[in-house]
Design a protein around this ligand. Sequence first.
Ligand code: HEC
Ligand code: HEC
Length: 292
Amino acid sequence: MADLPTGFWSGWIIVLTCVSFATLVWIVLSVYFSAGADDVPESEPVWDNDLREGSNAPPLWWFWMLLSALVFSLIYLMLYPGLGSYKGLLNWSHGKRIVESYETYDNSFQGIRADIASANLAEIQNDLDLMQAAERIFKRECSTCHGPDARGQASMFPNLMDVDWQWGSSAEQIEQTIRGGRVANMLAWQSILGDDSVTQVAEYVADMSDGNAVTHPGQAVYQQNCMACHGADGAGNPLLGAPNLADNIWLYGGDLETITASIATGRAGVMPAFAERLDGAQIKLLVAMLAR
Ligand code: HEC
Ligand code: HEC
């Protein structure tokens, strides 16, 4: 149906429109100009002193009104799309109008976009209006996951207001996170290590985050399997998105049970990419809001 009107249907609609138009013209003309319209048989009865039967043409100014409406329709059908798939002489379309209004909209923001592009982050951060704009963008695009105050939620979406950055805290790293998205990936260790080692290393990680550098049987498991990504001291690696395990800030949770679950079943958090959805100025505003 979406393809209507194509060839046949377009022709059919043109025929219908033209026939209706011609019929209207004919009706109007016949009302005013057909012979005998004014002949009222004298034998007709007269009611209430002066009411007679008969067909009198309506006032002539109606004729001019109808005629101009017909002429208007004719010109309209020539200029605008109305006859099947005929596009009209002006080649006007809703789609084109939308594109045009997008362009006008874009142009009206070009100045402020250029200002934002040339400003440095500190300037943006000191501009109250721009920071409020950044918060509005954040509320609209990010708060569903990261929470309205950017403090994270549901032990799934990281707090963006704390000092712990899984993927790096510099403006460049944050911009990279927003533009390209991030896919974290830690495989499930249960089948590789077995129950005992998972419990041991989980205990070791819990100890590490509490600042207890005591030797623990889990340490050997950690050094063998986890160090490559999380680092010897558990500081993490922003290139891999491997979080700091020693700072007692947790994405999924820091109680022994949740740590064990993270290790046993693996974790794969996905931050969506926004390069297509937001423009450079919007991303820069968000970076200014998050980088401190
Ligand atoms: C569909 C949910 C979702 C939306 C929407 C979302 N994020 Fe995220 N974001 C995540 C998840 C999940 C992570 C954690 C990925 C991981 O596990 O490494 C994340 C991570 C991040 C990080 C990295 C944090 C760190 O510690 O390094 C930043 C920065 C970030 N998001 C900013 C944003 C901004 C800005 C927006 C809005 C433009 C946004 N996010 C929208 C889900 C989302
Ligand atoms: C290939 C690199 C890699 C290796 C090896 C690795 N991890 Fe991870 N780990 C990650 C990444 C990446 C995340 C973040 C997952 C996410 O954000 O969804 C993570 C998350 C975690 C978390 C959750 C942290 C939180 O804040 O909730 C724990 C706990 C953890 N790892 C422990 C371990 C232990 C123990 C080992 C060794 C048995 C290990 N990891 C091995 C990359 C790795």
